[in-house]
Ligand binder design. Sequence first.
Ligand code: UD1
Ligand code: MG
Length: 452
Amino acid sequence: MTPPTPFAAVILAAGMGTRMKSDLHKVLHPVAGRPMIEHLLASVERLSPAKVAVVVGSGREQLEPLVEAHAGTLVVQEPQLGTGHAVQQAQQALNGFAGDVLILYGDTPLVGAETMARMLTRLHEPDEPAIVVLASRPADPRAYGRVIADADGTIAKMVEFKDANAEERGCALCNSGLMAVRAADLFGLLGRIGNDNAAREYYLPDIVMLAARDGRRSVVVETDDWEVAGVNSRGELAAIESEWQRRRREQAMVDGVTLVAPETVWFAHDTMIGRDSVIEPNVMFGPGVTIGERVRIRAFSHIEGARVADGAEIGPYARLRPGAEIGEQAKIGNFVEVKKSRFGRGAKANHLSYIGDAEVGAGANVGAGTITCNYDGFLKYPTKIGEGAFIGSNSALVAPVVIGKGAIVAAGSVVTRDVADDALALARGSQVEKPGWAARFREKMAARKKAK
Ligand code: UD1
Ligand code: MG
């Protein structure tokens, strides 16, 4: 899947995104727990681009850290005069780069590396097309620009919906907006486009007709419409999310994972689940989750940034937060929250607990209602529970604190000092018993009430 020659990616993201009605830049809205533009960058990076330029307008400060993190260059387009004008702004950033240019749209996040490679490869086939356009045949072609092409994929015309006549609007082949062009051709062609059209914009697709005028053919590469679905509104964002999830669930089942009610399980872009694991209904995976084999995730659990080893059981109603590492055969039960803590093999916290910044040794049993008090309002502190220790119900472990191997903490204890291996720690008021007191009390009170 290596492209034939070095290429630069230009990602357009300067559109206003007005229909999102959002303070967040459109391309930062997440699909499967990851900003749209990160999906694109991840695909592009699989092909090792020589350069990446991201064209932005308003909200550029929101994109800066992300673009920097990907070693890309931010290019400002101000004002936004159309897609052709947008690509033109990237010329300086490409700084005389002489390879191919792959033009992508920040709001068309699901285009895969294979398709990108297919476009770049097509550009170098023996007929040497000037431009490769990515197109699809959506069930509902809506207001997409149309690609008028003949049977062998040679493009006769690209026309925006607004400018198209009835016959052209009837054409099923739609422009995804994505193109591959050699840098040596691209900027010359862009310099020649005008804005004499319905939108008064500089249309990128016009370079196809300009190349044709020079006697050079451009060709279309087709893909399925799902891959080039764009996001212009919250509704379209939800539609993409929903279809992404549907496909991911199918893949999970193909990979040997049982989903009891597939339509209720939500994955993140990087969720990994081993075979013969069972995911019960209404489970949500945030980013950064790895689940081993033969794991059971019971209903209504919320899991993010966590690793769960083979044969463990989670939930129902469990919450695993970032840094949770659950060992083999371990059990995290209902209403237990685990953050940045490691559970050893076979360790258990079965009911109603908060375990944070802790290490729980193999085979330890954390009783119902145990809380690690890991935070004093300023700093966080660690708790260590040794192998085979037993923490009685409703205990508060005030960190930093170490409970030794095989130690027992009596129920209801507030433990503020370390407990030695195999010791019993009792840290609660000791019980006082007054024989017959309750009976005498009832007698006295009943008499008092009667006298009233
Ligand atoms: C564009 C195409 C249309 C295609 C459709 C696919 C043109 C003229 N039309 O139309 O043929 O069917 O995409 O979705 O190219 N952008 C800028 N600067 C601008 C204008 C746009 O960076 O001045 C960016 C936007 O942020 C977006 C992309 O370019 O990422 C597409 O812009 P948009 O306004 O959505 O174009 P469409 O009208 O959808
Ligand atoms: Mg659009």
